[in-house]
Design a protein around this ligand. Sequence first.
Ligand SMILES: [Zn+2]
Length: 237
Amino acid sequence: MADLDIVTVRTPTAVCYLVRGEAPYLVDTNTPKAGKKVMGAITGSGLRPGDIRYILITHYHYDHTGNLAQLKKAGGARVAAGERDAEVIAGRKPPAGPGDISPAGRLLRKLPASLLERYQHFDPCEVDLALRDGDVLEELGLEVLELPGHTEGGVAYYHEEKKLAFIGDMVSNILNRLGPPFLSFSYDKEAILGSMRRLAELDLEYAYPGHGVVIGPGAAEKIGRLADKLASRWGAA
Ligand SMILES: [Zn+2]
């Protein structure tokens, strides 16, 4: 079977993906400022917004949900996200804001909430499919994996047959260097290590991150090595 036909939409801040085929879908939607670029990837592929069947969100941060409401409105795609992030995406629960597991996060927590809100703002959008671990999006051949630690309801979308996954921020690959999610906006190092180890146990050749470039081949092994390295750096098991 052929590989997935994936178009990468990259900005300096984040990466999102358009997967073409019989049931086209987006994984994340980049920052609010990237609206034209995301739309350009869709129309440049000969698609209309209405052709996008699903928008899969890895987690609620603004650099992943920045164009979600607009794209949903333009085309009516079904929006999917982890159950525990869905209420934030819908605007009924405030985002957690900076976490206290890093010095930078602790510093950011002292800033006025209004300033952070303005920076992190995205237009809220109802989630049609609130996903839990093990859920399957059959039409797309994807399985849902809950990956807590960065946001509570962060998820990856795993295509077992193709040995690839869209992993959101759980592992980044910036300048060819694997790294953890942005710790200032994460809440639990142990949970991050657990989530990474979960990815490392998959039959996974290629991991598509929300920041940086594709990880792989051998993504599972590379992520496992990162988890080991971080565990000793963070002093955890
Ligand atoms: Zn994030």
